[in-house]
Design a protein. Structure first.
Length: 267
């Protein structure tokens, strides 16, 4: 472990630019729930255990049409949770390190919680969208707007939202989070695509950037694939993951530990 930490520290110290790739594990040390598997999700949301509903079932966009109170109960609770959550110290350590690099720092994340923006990161590419933004369920336009003024009242015994539910300012139809859900064909990706385009331009200018991947699992491998592709030419990948730290072909540094613990040691 100490050898791997030393190798990682040397890679990061010598980097001209830093690319942070983060999955759900990045937020665990901030107190955000771990949705890994049904048991982890049900520990965070006991009412859903009684209903036998898993995360993958609730994160289905069809619920907004068939049972909007159930859908907004789940996402409204998460929206408020993420608003109140303070990013852990590791975010600040990463930001300080990245801003000191000549090429700066960029973030690629599958997280929809807005934690990197709350921590002060200036450039974040949110591959799956953001819970802090909304779109029209009826698709009256491709407009995406802020959820800043949205408040969802929740019956915590049933985890169902009470009316009125968030609505589209253009047509008055139900609104939904601007998040890519499971089996989602109606997600408006424009905002995320702009972020990804900016990141792609930056990467072309900083091909030797060191990639630090944190808390990205294999169940939804979006982040792992991106970090491996971004570091394919150099092998300059640091993977921080307490459960799935393995790196294909050994091209990088594997650290089997949590985000905050590792970032403090590296910092």
């Amino acid at each position: 472990m100490s050898d791997e930490l030393a190798r990682a520290a040397e890679l990061i110290r010598g980097a001209g630019a830093l690319l942070v790739c983060a999955g759900a594990g990045m937020g665990v040390d901030s107190g955000l729930p771990d949705f890994r598997g049904g048991e982890g999700f049900w520990r965070a949301y006991p009412p859903y255990a009684g209903l036998g509903l898993r995360f993958e079932e609730l994160a289905d966009p069809q619920h907004f049409a068939s049972d909007p109170e159930l859908a907004w109960g789940f996402y409204g609770h998460r929206l408020e949770l993420y608003r109140k959550t303070v990013p852990h110290r590791g975010f600040g350590l990463l930001l300080e390190c990245g801003l000191a690099k000549p090429g700066g720092v960029r973030v690629f994340t599958s997280n929809v919680d807005g934690q990197f923006q709350a921590a002060g990161f200036p450039h974040v590419a949110e591959a799956h969208g953001s819970i802090h933004h909304l779109q029209c369920l009826a698709g009256c336009s491709r407009e995406i707007w802020s959820a800043e003024d949205i408040a969802v009242e929740l019956d915590e015994a049933t985890m169902r939202a009470r009316p009125p539910l968030p609505s589209c300012p253009r047509c008055g139809s139900l609104a939904r989070p601007n998040i890519l859900m499971f089996g989602d064909f109606d997600w408006v990706s424009d905002r995320s695509q702009q972020q990804l385009d900016e990141l792609a331009t930056w990467r072309r200018a900083h091909r030797a950037a060191v990639v630090v991947e944190i808390g990205a699992g294999q169940a939804v491998p979006t982040v792992r694939r991106y970090s491996e592709l971004a570091s394919a030419a150099t092998g300059a990948l640091v993977r921080i993951n307490p459960r799935e730290p393995q790196i294909r072909h050994g091209r990088g540094v594997s650290i089997p530990a949590g985000a905050l613990e590792t970032l403090v040691k590296l910092g």
